[in-house]
Write a protein that binds this ligand. Structure first.
Ligand code: 13P
Length: 246
């Protein structure tokens, strides 16, 4: 079973989100081999959940507020997402870290909030171009994991990690599969130092139909987190078809 998670970011408005969702629902996927989840914008989440309710497709939040309720104008809490039927939430996506200025501490609080609310967090980690050029990839990943997991209890919840090198996101410059395998092994070993439970590792960063199979050919990569290519019917269908044929 491979996870295919579609992060629609802020690419699609409400109507476009629903059109894509309904088009995808009309397709006859073999979802026995695939765990498919959509991550729409906050506004569209509950409507997407209603649309997919008779299918095995799951829905996740792109980010959450760390407090269940209160005076947080513009916030949407992990609990709110859970209450409308979300299963997952992305936490610490690089766009949250580097565009919105969220810190490792914010990521930790969000991760904790997801676990408290019963959402499965998809913790995103990844090095920048500078980190990579300075040979600091493992250092960065280790540090992001350490900060995220400080005093954290999984409490029987599932945890998923997405390795998304910042330099590979939206650039067309995908990380080479051998490097992804090496890093996925590194992350798996790191996570073992914190939790007994197995945490699947996904890869994200310029995934498309032409390269998706290369990442999923080894068990160490449990799935992919797809951005741009998941926001158009033809390119996303092409990704799914490749995986169906695995
Ligand atoms: P792209 O697939 O557009 O590179 O985005 C990856 C990503 O950020 C998924 O979360």
């Amino acid at each position: 079973m491979k996870h295919i998670f579609a992060n629609w970011k802020m690419y699609l408005d409400f109507d476009e989100t629903m059109i894509l969702t309904n088009q995808l629902l009309q397709e006859d996927f073999n979802l026995e081999k695939i765990n498919l989840a959509f991550f729409p914008n906050a506004l569209s989440c509950s409507e997407v959940i209603k649309a997919v309710q008779d299918s095995p497709i799951e829905v996740g939040a792109q980010t959450v507020n760390w407090t269940p309720r209160g005076a947080y104008t513009g916030g949407t809490s992990a609990e709110f997402y859970k209450n409308v039927g979300c299963k997952y939430a992305l936490v610490g996506h690089s766009e949250r870290r580097y565009v919105f200025g969220e810190s490792d501490e914010d990521t930790h609080k969000k991760l904790s909030a997801c676990l408290d609310a019963g959402l499965t967090p998809v913790l995103c980690i990844g090095e920048t171009k500078e980190d990579r050029e300075e040979g600091k990839t493992e250092y960065r990943l280790k540090k992001q994991l350490m900060k995220a997991f400080e005093n954290l209890e999984l409490g029987g919840n599932e945890l998923i990690i997405a390795y998304e090198p910042v330099w590979a996101i939206g650039t067309g410059d995908a990380c080479l599969p051998d490097e992804v395998f090496k890093i996925a092994k590194f992350i798996t070993n790191e996570v073992k130092q914190y939790f007994e439970a197995y945490a699947p590792v996904l890869y994200g960063g310029s995934v498309k139909a032409e390269n998706v199979v290369s990442y999923l050919s080894q068990d160490i990569v449990a799935g992919v987190l797809v951005g741009g290519a998941s926001t158009k019917l033809d390119t996303f269908l092409a990704v799914i078809k490749e995986i169906e044929n695995l």
